[in-house]
Design a protein around this ligand. Structure first.
Ligand SMILES: [Fe+2]
Ligand SMILES: [Fe+2]
Ligand SMILES: [Fe+2]
Length: 438
């Protein structure tokens, strides 16, 4: 689909595609929940006379409202709210806040912050997180409340099948004036009763996303946007595991610096850097109770953790703008001597990008605290990498790692936002191009 990689519209279409792929990995049925909400919200907005800018926000808001759910306890996706224990329920109630925090960090999507924050407020003031009521709730949030509910009821969940159109209309009518703004609920009932709601169609929705992008972002996006896309996806991935905040970014920084020292060409440097950000994307498919378990994992649980490499590659290969990073994700846990996973590749059989990532990944894993142990410290990690050269790691790459300038390790712990494109040299937008070309 992308024809002009520098177009802001296509960049954001790529971003949404990546987000839905990532959400789908966290929970299969979420692949279509967001787009279906956005699809319905757009139609409700048009019927209610919303402006083009409001409609643009409805499309994006529908897709992204639940992005903050990633990293919540698993049962929160599966079990109806009243049946959750108090602690899990409290976490679910924080998801709009997290969605807001994530989206406010994305340039041009800040305007979605208040809308996603309030997408669970109820018309009668009994919703969350702020207990707003009536007109105090942004109109887009009131529309999303109806669209989100209808989209959820239309789909099967682990504990129930999809509801019939009659049952959905009944549910909306019953909650009018309580959960739903009466004007929005009436718009839905009117369109549904008169058979004027368009069926969801993926291709048509992609066109609407492109259209909505024109109201949210300028036509041309500055080159660092590729870095920002990766920052944001990586933040979502790292949010899953409370122990790995910032892990993906640090791996990108270290591996990117190794690629530079190695004198790799620009395309490979970009793959190393972007691969650093996304190598663990498959962790979204590993149950949280395993990722955050403080005790030793049993055989089964270990196998589930190992699955993250293949699952990450699978999801990346379905996202056109990121498919070229799939091999790096698949093979970042292979060992030079063939004893790694998932395929037991050895030496040059392992893609170079994955071999670079393996060293940076191991360093960061050793120097950060995990559920089952504290940080092992810089000196220990460096010793370990030297010792494993030629066994776990490509010996040449281990050597390059050991000669990295100390400033790089210092930069890892800096709170300032690192601008990843800068190490690529000329800010000509090559990264954007590579990321967005299938
Ligand atoms: Fe939600
Ligand atoms: Fe990994
Ligand atoms: Fe990792």
């Amino acid at each position: 689909m992308p024809t002009t990689p520098h177009s802001g519209r296509e960049f954001f279409a790529g971003l949404l595609e990546a987000f839905t792929g990532v959400l789908g990995l966290a929970r299969g049925y979420l692949r279509s929940h967001g787009p279906r909400s956005g699809h319905l919200a757009r139609q409700l907005g048009a019927h209610l006379g919303c402006s083009p800018a409001e409609i643009g926000r409805l499309v994006f808001g529908g897709v992204l409202a639940d992005v903050g759910m990633i990293g919540m306890a698993e049962e929160a996706w599966e079990v109806p709210m009243p049946m959750l224990d108090a602690r899990t329920r409290a976490r679910v109630r924080r998801h709009p806040d997290r969605s807001q925090a994530i989206l406010c960090a994305v340039p041009h999507l800040e305007c979605l912050g208040p809308i996603v924050r309030h997408h669970h407020e109820w018309w009668d003031g009994t919703g969350y997180p702020d207990g707003l009521s009536g007109e105090a709730i942004p109109v887009e949030s009131r529309i999303l409340r109806v669209a989100d509910t209808v989209s959820a009821l239309q789909a099967a969940r682990p504990h129930r099948g999809p509801l019939s159109p009659e049952d959905i209309r009944f549910a909306v009518r019953r909650a009018t004036g309580e959960e739903f703004d009466p004007r929005v609920a009436e718009a839905f009932l009117h369109l549904a009763d008169s058979n004027r709601l368009a069926e969801f169609d993926e291709a048509a929705f992609q066109r609407w996303i492109l259209h909505a992008s024109t109201t949210l972002v300028p036509p041309s996006i500055a080159p660092p946007s590729a870095g920002e896309l990766l920052e944001i996806l990586a933040a979502v991935v790292d949010a899953k595991d409370p122990y790995t905040a910032g892990h993906s970014r640090r791996v990108a920084l270290l591996a990117g610096e190794m690629a530079r020292q190695l004198g790799l060409d620009r395309e490979l440097r970009e793959q190393v850097w972007a691969g650093g950000y996304l190598h663990d994307v498959g962790k979204l498919g590993v149950p949280l109770r395993i990722l955050a378990k403080p005790d030793r994992l049993d055989e089964d649980e270990m196998a589930r953790v190992r699955d993250h490499a293949g699952m990450g590659a699978d999801v990346l290969s379905t996202i056109p703008s990121l498919a070229h990073l799939a091999p790096a994700a698949r093979h970042h846990h292979e060992h030079w001597d063939g004893s790694g996973y998932p395929d037991g590749l050895a030496r040059d059989e392992i893609p170079l990008v994955a071999r670079v990532l393996a060293v940076a990944d191991a360093y960061d894993a050793m120097t950060t605290s995990r559920a089952y142990r504290g940080s092992l410290g810089h000196a220990h990690a460096v010793e370990e990498i030297a010792r494993e050269a030629g066994r776990q790691f490509d010996p040449e790459l281990a050597r390059v790692f050991l000669t990295l300038p100390g400033t790089i390790f210092h930069a890892l712990v800096q709170p300032v936002r690192w601008r990843p494109d800068s190490f690529l040299g000329s800010p000509g937008g090559g990264a954007v191009q590579t990321l967005l070309s299938p």
